[in-house]
Design a protein around this ligand. Structure first.
Ligand code: THU
Length: 125
């Protein structure tokens, strides 16, 4: 999955930040879905790699996500933004999140509940 995230980052469209990110999502049915960040000249419309991969998984029929691997082109691992944490919680309330970078010794692993405690979700509606 890590290799999938690294390869996905090659398709990032990040002309404004020059920060190309890749993500690979493992759905409960065993499939892997990848995504990259896609920016827009209207900056607020840009979307992160993680959300693109999650939405791709869901659009491909997945409904439960067990793990996400995120690659950022950095020396240390970068944890996912708040928006991506919230979107992931909809489909993987305690998914494993692996953050990797150009230094594999710096890989970090989290469970979503650590990164988004007390999350609002479908059970509250
Ligand atoms: N970005 C991601 O795709 N994922 C992250 O985990 C952090 C940030 C993107 C959003 C934007 O295109 C660029 O990286 C800089 O923030």
């Amino acid at each position: 999955m890590k290799q999938g995230a690294i390869e996905a980052a090659r398709h990032a469209y990040a002309p404004y930040s020059r920060f190309g990110v890749g993500a690979a999502v493992l759905s409960a049915d065993g499939r892997i879905h990848t995504g990259a960040n896609v920016e827009n000249a209207s900056f607020g419309l840009s979307i992160c790699a993680e959300r693109n991969a999650i939405f791709r998984a869901v659009a491909d029929g997945a409904r439960r996500i067990d793990a996400v691997v995120v690659y950022t082109p950095t020396r240390g691992a970068t944890p996912p933004c708040g928006a991506c944490r919230q979107v992931l919680s909809e489909f993987g309330a305690d998914a494993l999140i692996v953050c990797c970078s150009d230094d594999s010794a710096a890989d970090r692993r989290y469970h979503l509940a650590e990164l988004l405690p007390e999350a609002f979700g479908p059970a509250h509606l």
